[in-house]
Write a protein that binds this ligand. Structure first.
Ligand code: ADP
Length: 222
């Protein structure tokens, strides 16, 4: 564990300081004397560690009550950990069609893969377009011959696609989806020699964010 000040990790806690935190977490409020007894040391020997832990905000102290764990800081640390989670750790496999695929086949693919969005790629596997449920519904409304109509005609294409890089955070992904009113983001990396083209690595969807939230809360809400 680290000492955290204003949300920034500063110093790694010593073994003793970690022990004190655990004792206070489990037994607080608890007096300095009681902590010392549990660790079989003198009260004086503990004083510098207790001073560090209270100054850094990990512990709070109240006269005649004792030391107790600072829940607010713990929550803040957990929240920080949550929002720093990386896209690379959560991205799902992208469901891809060639941009020459017919709208009919894209609709079938959508059902088979049980997804809301398909990504179109060019012959070199670079991201070319996004095809959402509504794009397909719109195309189906006015067209009889969906087997002849390629998705390239109806998709949202580059450079209008909002993408996310694997090193960005889940929070950044969530913000982009909210701000641009889209349900998913292709996770991409620059395709090196091909200018403004992107290699498709995965996808992040609103479901990804919801799942991460639920997992995190299950692990941390006690
Ligand atoms: P739906 O159309 O099923 O509600 P979206 O809200 O994701 O799904 O899509 C709305 C529109 O935005 C569609 O025309 C789709 O092609 C486009 N779109 C979806 N995702 C993106 C994205 N990441 N970047 C740019 N446009 C997108």
């Amino acid at each position: 564990m680290f000492i955290v000040f204003k949300g920034v990790s500063l110093i790694k806690l010593s073994k003793r300081q970690d022990e004190i935190l655990q004792i206070v977490k489990q037994n607080g409020p608890i007096t300095g004397k009681e902590i010392a007894e549990k660790l079989s040391v003198t009260r004086a020997a503990l004083r510098p560690d207790l001073a560090i832990l209270t100054m850094s905000g990990n512990l709070d102290a109240r006269p005649r009550v004792g030391y107790f764990f600072n829940d607010k800081l713990a929550v803040k640390q957990k929240a920080k950990k949550f929002i720093q989670q990386k896209v690379s750790d959560f991205k799902a496999h992208p469901i891809v069609v060639e941009k020459s695929t017919s709208v009919y086949n894209a609709i079938v693919q959508l059902f088979l893969e049980d997804v809301g969005t398909l990504y179109a790629v060019d012959s070199e596997g670079c991201l070319a377009g996004v095809i959402s449920r509504k794009d397909l519904l719109r195309a189906a409304l006015g067209n009889k011959n969906l087997q002849e109509l390629p998705v390239s005609v109806i998709m949202t294409r580059m450079p209008n696609i909002i993408t996310i890089h694997p090193d960005e955070t889940l929070l950044e992904a969530a913000k982009k989806m909210i701000n641009y009113h889209v349900d998913s983001l292709p996770v991409v990396t620059e395709a090196g020699d091909r200018g403004s083209t992107y290699l498709l690595l995965g996808r992040i969807t609103k479901t990804t964010i919801t799942r991460a939230y639920v997992e995190f809360m299950d692990e941390n809400s006690n």
